[in-house]
Write a protein that binds this ligand. Structure first.
Ligand SMILES: NC(=O)c1ccc[n+]([C@@H]2O[C@H](COP(=O)([O-])OP(=O)(O)OC[C@H]3O[C@@H](n4cnc5c(N)ncnc54)[C@H](OP(=O)(O)O)[C@@H]3O)[C@@H](O)[C@H]2O)c1
Length: 345
């Protein structure tokens, strides 16, 4: 079955995810959708120093929005900020340093941001990674999972109270069409038991982002949640993580701006706000989260079970009044992860 999924997916990808796919889809885009003034609105974008995140930050800055760039490297972040301020002529661009693989710091960052800011209109979970070797973080979590899944979960959950203070808050998560080949998994979240295949770990994390978005949309009706695939864009992440794919497809890849188009549309357009919350988008259109006949469908119970596992892990790592809840007996996790977390404590 997974062979069938991979073949169907690859044929689809070559047609839709490439630059040609964007050019075809963009014939139906309405220019007026993006003609908005974002004065007085604030946007947090993770991974805003590069690729799709930087292109998104630039477009929002040009429309007058305040941008909070959340980046892990100060030098790269400051250099991108300089470019944005200069090209957009907007000084309301702020850098925050956070490595999303440092799970406890994600909690601390969200709490700190909430205490210092009275408003946030839109959160864009853009940062992502595909680390080709299995590494664990301080808390003993596999790093791709920590960055792509738990980091997104904690940052979003932490900022929901702030987002809910606004009238039309939005959360956009940049997933990947690669998730279509993955059936949702709620066990072995740290890839301790199965063989570590970074492409599949990444695709599974991206599937989990889709499920989180669907579940949040049900739980928080005052916020508009969406998740999207940017297509295949020429960015450092692709060069680093998939050098062979990059070499064979480089002339067919989208520009970062083309990859960012749907992120921006979801973040700012009135048209996107009218779509139902919790959906998956590609090129400004809602698209299915499963390939035909691919047997990747999951039950509500399974989706909820994932959320419970994430909440459990997040709570275990959440600092509370200066002390973490690492030893809370009420919280269960897998034996080996618990061991890792205890060692880290
Ligand atoms: N490009 C594509 O074809 C494609 C396709 C599908 C999905 N995506 C998704 O698009 C999103 C943006 O990627 P991109 O293609 O624009 O690549 P990119 O230019 O390499 O940007 C990735 C961003 O994520 C940041 N990041 C990575 N790990 C981080 C961490 N631990 N903490 C904080 N920030 C971290 C990177 O920071 P540094 O600059 O410090 O590394 C960078 O700013 C990702 O979620 C990716 O999975 C991209």
């Amino acid at each position: 079955m997974s062979k069938y999924r991979n073949i169907v997916w690859f044929l689809k990808a070559m047609q839709e995810y490439t630059r040609g796919g964007y050019e075809t889809a963009s014939r139906n885009f309405l220019a007026k959708d993006l003609s908005v003034n974002l004065d007085g609105q604030s946007f947090m974008i993770t991974g805003a120093n590069s690729g799709i995140g930087k292109a998104t930050a630039m477009a929002i800055a040009k429309k007058g929005g305040t941008v909070h760039m959340v980046c892990r490297n100060k030098e790269r972040a400051e250099s991108a900020r300089e470019d944005i301020v200069k090209e957009a002529g907007n000084n309301n661009i702020h850098v925050h340093i956070l490595d999303l693989s440092e799970t406890r710091k994600v909690w601390e960052f969200a709490e700190d941001f909430k205490s210092k800011h009275t408003s946030l209109n839109v959160l864009i979970n853009n940062a992502g990674s595909m680390l080709n070797i299995r590494e664990v973080n301080f808390e003993g979590l596999e790093k791709n999972f920590a960055i792509n899944t738990l980091g997104v979960y904690i940052l979003t959950k932490g900022l929901i109270p702030l987002l809910e203070k606004n009238t039309e808050p939005r959360v956009i998560t940049v997933s990947s069409g690669g998730m279509l080949v993955q059936k949702l998994r709620i066990t072995d979240l740290q890839t301790e038991k199965r063989m570590f295949d970074s492409t599949m770990v990444y695709a599974q994390n991206k599937r989990q982002q889709v499920v989180m978005t669907e579940e949040w949309a049900r739980t928080y009706p005052r916020i508009h949640f969406s998740v999207m695939h940017p297509g295949w864009a020429d960015t450092p992440a692709v060069v680093m993580a998939m050098p062979q794919l990059y070499e064979s497809l480089r002339c067919r890849l989208r520009t970062p701006e083309q990859g960012a188009d749907t992120v921006i549309w979801l973040a700012v357009s009135p048209a996107a706000a009218r779509t139902p919350s919790g959906k998956f988008f590609q090129d400004r259109r809602m698209v299915p989260v499963h390939l035909p006949l691919a047997w990747t469908r999951y039950s509500r119970e399974k989706a909820r079970a994932l959320m419970v596992r994430l909440e459990t892990l997040a709570k275990r790592i959440q600092p509370s009044g200066g002390r973490s809840q690492l030893n809370s007996p009420a919280i269960e996790t897998t034996g080996s992860l618990q061991d890792c977390i205890k060692k880290a404590a």
